[in-house]
Design a protein around this ligand. Structure first.
Ligand code: GRF
Length: 221
């Protein structure tokens, strides 16, 4: 059973993961309503993707605020409008502070391009290559006060192949991220996932490892 989940999506750039959510909604795969897309970058291409699908957009430029806390407070007010049940950070390149964390504790997820806990922060593709890793991937985790450090819900893994550079790795990972974000949000629409005491619960039971995206686009242990 699903119930339409109201979602607010935060972006800073291209918005291809936002597009994946829009497409999954329109194809009937996801029972969601994207009620608001907020960007901290005024010309983020993802904003036009939202507008062209009739989704409300807002721009909140961090440079216009005196400090991080003021931006965070304004973001919290804006994101709370319409009472979304879930906030999805899809390429949102700002650190989330306390004013935003508090109202969305356990209801805010972030997509990160690494197999967390490896490579928090930026330049994840290059760092995986420099380390000589055989595989890379993306993770979706609950947002906490630890940068890219919240409980990990789901991951997708791809091989690193000879000749890969950061660009080729990012290009190969991107479509897998789209599938991961859709499959993970689907778990929310089915009320299968929650965060409790720093643990991810699936169907009410804590998981020891993140769920993995399978070839059939389902998540499993
Ligand atoms: C993704 O690679 C995501 O992992 C990272 O930023 C990128 C967002 O891409 N955090 P897009 O804006 O959704 O196209």
């Amino acid at each position: 059973m699903t119930r339409t989940v109201k979602i607010c999506v935060l972006i800073s750039g291209t918005g291809s993961n936002l597009q994946a959510l829009i497409d999954a909604r329109e194809s009937g795969r996801l029972d969601i309503e994207i009620i608001h897309v907020i960007s901290n970058v005024a010309d983020a291409p993802g904003l036009e993707r939202a507008r062209s699908h009739g989704i409300q957009t807002s721009i909140l430029e961090h440079g216009a605020f005196v400090d991080r806390a003021a931006f965070d407070h304004a973001l919290s007010l804006l994101a709370s409008a319409g009472e979304p049940e879930l906030v999805v950070l899809a390429g949102f390149m700002r650190i989330i502070g306390p004013a935003m964390l508090a109202p969305f504790d356990g209801r805010m997820i972030n997509l990160h391009p690494s197999l967390l806990p490896l490579y928090k922060g930026t330049s994840t593709y290059q760092r995986a290559l420099d380390a000589g890793d055989a595989r890379h991937g993306a993770s979706i985790h609950f947002v906490t006060d630890q940068l890219d450090g919240g409980p990990v819900i789901s991951q997708v893994v791809i091989p690193i192949v000879p000749g890969d550079d950061a660009g080729s790795l990012a290009a190969r990972l991107a479509p897998m991220e789209h599938r991961l974000v859709v499959a993970t949000v689907e778990h929310f629409t089915r009320h299968r996932v929650e965060c409790s005491d720093g643990l991810v619960l699936i169907d009410g039971a804590p998981i020891e490892k993140p769920l993995l995206l399978q070839a059939d686009d389902r998540l499993s242990a």
